[in-house]
Write a protein that binds this ligand. Structure first.
Ligand code: HSE
Length: 283
């Protein structure tokens, strides 16, 4: 039998301010992969990624099944400077493709977390919406209707591994307390649709201040976002991308203000929160 599958996986923004390695949201950029039994192993893509078996998507696939005889056609609209879960999307796409093609019913969240090293991005990519990761599980809920997102994507990339090295091994108790309080405000705000609480809940002391020297201009956008008319902003994942949180009504004006601020070093995109997670179609 000649099998062919289409897999679509969303981008994701992790941490959401106070939820380091625990909170994430799916964002409406997508990685698409068509996997076809052609009899020849190949990776066909215009993306700047390996086309041999060291390709991350193929490596994830091969955690579940050999990729012999399969052709992977990969395209993506996910910005690759860092912070929008492009690697998580590749890992999830590879795992979902193998799981579906070979009807394995594997624990994809556990495997993806192991490959990626942290659960937040892969959970949002798999499930869509907002996720809270704890105890090896991800609790998912829908984005509030009134909420919109914009992303500021710097041209200069930062590697997640490098940004993780910037973090201290221990944190002061006062900072931990601060993040517990603000993470709770954020989740209460999202659950009840109270966007004032969402705005207050975006503050963080565990990771953003330590990473600021890696991307001072991104950090400045996070600080200025409210004065530009947004609800607030967070460093997206490990950065350097910034996730700017707005209402649907504010989005146009905030977009224009951000474009001025980003001129010459970053691009600004409208990117809604995405309720739909990884999806497979049989062809
Ligand atoms: N929680 C991870 C980090 C996300 O901040 O390092 C990486 O995308």
């Amino acid at each position: 039998m000649h099998r062919r599958r289409l897999i679509r996986v969303p981008a994701s923004s992790a941490n959401l301010g106070p939820g380091f390695d625990a909170f994430a949201a799916a964002v409406a950029f997508h990685l698409d992969v068509e996997v076809e039994e052609t009899g020849t192993f190949a990776v066909e893509t215009d993306l700047p990624v390996p086309r041999d078996r060291s390709n991350l998507l193929v490596r994830a696939f091969e955690r579940l099944a050999p990729a012999d005889g399969l052709t992977f056609r990969v395209s993506s609209t996910i910005p690759m400077s860092g912070g929008l879960g492009s690697s998580a999307a590749a890992v999830v796409a590879g795992l979902v493709a193998a799981d579906h093609l070979f009807e394995l019913d594997a624990d994809l969240l556990a495997l993806a977390t192991e490959i990626e090293g942290h659960p937040d991005n892969v959970a949002a990519a798999l499930r869509g919406g907002f996720v809270v990761c704890a105890d090896g599980d991800a609790v998912r809920f829908d984005p509030p209707d009134a909420l919109e997102a914009l992303v500021v994507v710097p041209g200069e990339a930062v590697h997640t591994a490098h940004a993780r090295q910037a973090l201290p091994a221990t944190v002061p108790m006062a900072d931990a307390v601060f993040n517990v309080a603000h993470g709770a405000l954020l989740m209460l705000g999202l659950a009840t649709g109270d966007l004032d609480l969402v705005g207050r809940g975006l503050a963080d002391r565990l990771h953003q201040p330590h990473r600021e020297p890696l991307y001072p201009r991104s950090a400045e956008i996070v600080r200025e976002a409210r004065s530009l008319g947004a609800i607030g902003a967070t460093i997206s994942g490990a950065g350097p991308t910034v996730l700017v949180w707005t209402t649907v009504e504010q989005a146009f004006g905030v977009h224009a203000a951000l474009q001025q601020r980003a001129r010459g070093w970053a691009t600004v995109h409208r990117a809604s929160f995405e309720p739909v997670g990884a999806d497979v179609r049989e062809l």
